[in-house]
Design a protein around this ligand. Structure first.
Ligand SMILES: *[C@@H]1O[C@H](CO)[C@@H](O)[C@H](O)[C@H]1NC(C)=O
Ligand SMILES: *[C@@H]1O[C@H](CO)[C@@H](O)[C@H](O)[C@H]1NC(C)=O
Ligand SMILES: *[C@@H]1O[C@H](CO)[C@@H](O)[C@H](O)[C@H]1NC(C)=O
Length: 257
């Protein structure tokens, strides 16, 4: 009697196990939204000419540490999407890939017309990504709504208090990038997270990010006043001062009782 129960139980377990594997496979197929895929660090990602070109563009307009950061952010984001039925059904994987791969173009310290003297780096990146899409053969057929989602996703990726309340396509870009700083969260399993980190090690992330914020505060300080970047200038950059230039200093200037 006992052994029958055990047999029955293990039969159910086997059935349950094979069922969940099938469900996982179905998810990864339906999760690809009909796009071709390729595998990177154990993650199946959308593989279209536009996404390949976005990765090439990121490689040629980023330092190596930043390239690895955008790749990890992409892969963590895909893991997060795959862990959530709502996201699988509502997030466009090409928008997610292109936005995440191009989100830090505004950090490129090389000779590039992407970097402006007067715009936040997020806006430089958003504008460059829009140009990239509109100059690509397949991107030309994107409707304005899709392009706008990429622009918004990149421009707002650091402003979580806004991005997390925008369209899901915008939310997941910001949240996927955040995973590179927080560690596994949002349904991403630790072993999947670590496989990505092994493929694109993040030993150089901290210094690269710190140096980039210092560089932005040094070279285009006006784009950092009154933003989350300001403390890097206040604490570490000689001669940097937002005083008199913050909204706090200016907002009531022309309002007389
Ligand atoms: C899935 O994502 C949606 C949209 O972000 C969110 O509202 C929901 O809580 C998530 N579900 C789980 C189980 O995390
Ligand atoms: C920067 O690039 C432009 C055009 O691509 C080129 O004309 C210029 O010589 C370059 N400057 C430097 C310092 O490499
Ligand atoms: C960032 O750089 C500044 C200036 O070199 C340094 O004082 C600070 O400790 C660095 N922060 C981190 C977290 O490495």
């Amino acid at each position: 009697m006992l052994s029958t129960t055990v047999k029955k139980c293990s039969g159910w377990l086997l059935l349950a196990a094979s069922f969940s594997i099938t469900t996982a496979r179905l998810n990864s197929i339906s999760g690809s939204q009909g796009y071709p895929t390729r595998e990177i660090a154990g993650v199946f990602v959308v593989d279209t000419p536009l996404v390949r070109a976005a990765e090439d563009f990121a490689i040629s307009h980023s330092s190596h540490p930043v390239y690895k950061h955008v790749m990890r952010s992409w892969l963590y984001g895909v893991l997060m999407i795959n862990a959530n039925e709502t996201l699988i059904n509502h997030v466009n994987l090409e928008i997610h890939a292109v936005s995440t791969l191009l989100h830090d173009l505004g950090w490129y310290k090389g000779n590039s017309s992407i970097i402006s003297p007067d715009r936040r780096f997020e806006v430089d990146g958003a504008i460059a990504a829009r140009d990239f899409i509109q100059n690509h053969e397949d991107g030309k057929s994107w409707d304005e709504r899709k392009v706008q989602l990429v622009w918004d996703a990149i421009a707002l990726h650091t402003e979580r208090s806004i991005a997390y309340f925008k369209e899901l396509d915008v939310q997941v870009v910001s949240k996927g990038i955040q995973l590179d700083f927080s560690g596994p969260a949002n349904g991403v399993a630790e072993e999947d997270y670590l496989a990505v980190t092994r493929a694109f090690p993040k030993d150089d992330l901290k210094d690269s990010v710190n140096n980039t914020f210092l560089w932005l505060c040094e070279t285009k300080p006006t784009t950092t006043y009154d933003t989350w970047m300001q403390p890097w200038g206040d604490n570490h950059v000689e001669g940097y001062s937002a005083n008199g230039k913050r909204r706090y200093d200016l907002i009531f200037k022309n309002l007389n009782p």
